[in-house]
Design a binder for this molecule. Structure first.
Ligand code: ADP
Length: 420
């Protein structure tokens, strides 16, 4: 079954076409990105498996035209991977916010569309773009089933004490103010893979999944279900990220707003786009560059690295306590997948539980330049590819790296619903 996975932004369409023979047996036929929709220099970069990439620049007016451009690339005589549109059996759309309407994927109908529309209030940058993407796909492929897969759905199993804020209850009733979490598709995929990889009992397991990329969140997964997660009403809550501040004292919002004469929108933009690694270092939001500056002695970049280690350590500690223990800690996404320095520095805090890593850092002093040089170098020294344990064989708590694959999870969910 050929499934097209779509991740629609306000000016971009990212896509993957997967041939799903079964949930375990699949291949990626092509992936790509159409950027700058609505501008004169829209650009599609199409990467078919086993063939040369195709790059085209030229105006693409809107998402409907954009979907046609994507489908043209997929069926192109030279760079295409399918002969015609009819080969696409189903389309799976990534949706950032489904609030408490959706605890799993859904087949698109008008009722589902209305609910996604209501959720625009909570994800004003993302959900309107997703709606454009679904409508465009419906226009271009009217008879193909469309499935929506929500970043928030996996977190719907949290208990009220984990998802409620201690604000007046009426705001929950009036405005649906509560914690929804995010990155759920990644946490679901990684925790399901982890259960298989480690041979755990799905009904009796305690896993902590750490998705550490440009956006980052940590989730406690008990018996295969989300128990608690670090992102909240929006992805701003939780730990330090590339440009997001994570948890701060809420009193700082009016305080800084007044001092800097900012509007609420400016304050929101500052906390989402100018904070995190970028805000602390004053230099960059990219962890590779932060490590580079830290290794050159830049103290504020070093501080950003130490804050990242501390924030994740605190979340893991909190979730171990909440779940009364942990069987497996999993690291995934850009920063954690590519560079084992991070898990090693975090996990040394859990030695007291009998957790042992496969190797240790030589330089322990987080104030020394050598420490950051070693962090930077650890990617080459301890390259981890695919799914692997990074804890020692005799560790009481296992630690693993499991590369995330949100598109595959969306394709699996789409296949399950479209073949029902
Ligand atoms: P997104 O949240 O946008 O999907 P990713 O999961 O791709 O982001 O993660 C991007 C982050 O991963 C960037 O900060 C990047 O610097 C970092 N990264 C990528 N490779 C490495 C590496 N080898 N060492 C440390 N950080 C890395």
């Amino acid at each position: 079954m050929k499934i097209l996975v779509i991740n629609c932004g306000s000016s971009s369409i990212k896509y993957q076409l997967l041939d799903m023979r079964s949930e375990e047996d699949y291949s990626l036929l092509a992936k790509g990105n159409l950027e700058k929709i609505g501008l004169p220099d829209s650009k599609i970069t199409h990467k078919p498996t086993g063939k040369d990439p195709l790059v085209k620049v030229g105006p693409v007016a809107d998402h409907t035209e954009g979907m046609k451009v994507v489908l043209d690339a997929l069926t192109d005589k030279v760079s295409g991977v399918i002969a015609n549109f009819e080969e696409i059996d189903a389309v799976g759309h990534r949706i950032v916010q489904g609030a408490d309407f959706f605890n799993g994927p859904a087949l698109v109908d008008e009722e589902v569309m209305e609910k996604i529309q209501i959720c625009c209030d909570f994800a004003p940058l993302h959900n309107p773009a997703h709606i454009l993407g679904i409508r465009a796909m419906q226009a271009v492929l009217p008879s193909v089933p469309q499935v929506v897969v929500f970043d928030t759905a996996f977190h719907q199993t949290m208990k009220p004490e984990a998802y409620m804020y201690a604000l007046p209850y009426e705001y929950y009733e009036k405005y649906r103010v509560r914690r929804y979490g995010a990155h759920g598709t990644s946490h679901k995929y990684v925790s399901q893979r982890a259960i298989q990889f480690a041979g755990l009992d799905p009904e009796n397991s305690r896993i902590i999944t750490c998705h550490i990329g440009n956006g980052s969140s940590v989730t406690a997964v008990k018996n295969g279900k989300c128990f608690d997660t670090s992102m909240g009403f929006t992805p701003l809550e939780g730990m330090i990220m590339g440009t997001r501040c994570g948890c701060i004292d809420a009193s700082l919002v009016p305080y800084i707003q007044k001092k800097e004469n900012m509007t609420p929108d400016e304050m929101t933009a500052m906390m989402n786009k100018k904070s995190g690694f970028l805000g602390l270092s004053g230099k960059t939001s990219d962890m590779r560059d932060i490590l580079g500056f830290a290794a050159e002695g830049d103290e504020r970049s070093q501080l950003a690295v130490r804050k990242l280690i501390l924030d994740i350590t605190k979340l893991i500690g909190q979730y171990i306590a909440e779940m009364c223990g942990v069987d497996l800690i999993v690291f995934t996404a850009g920063i954690a997948e590519n560079n084992p320095w991070l898990p090693v520095n975090i996990c040394e805090h859990f030695k007291y539980m009998g957790l042992k890593m496969a190797w240790e850092m030589e330089n322990k002093c987080k104030k020394s330049v050598e420490f950051y040089k070693e962090c930077q170098a650890s990617v080459k020294a301890h390259e981890v590819k695919d799914e692997a344990y990074i804890s020692a064989p005799d560790s009481a708590v296992k630690v693993a790296m499991i590369p995330t694959n949100e598109e595959l999870m969306i394709a699996i969910d789409t296949m399950r619903l479209a073949t029902k």
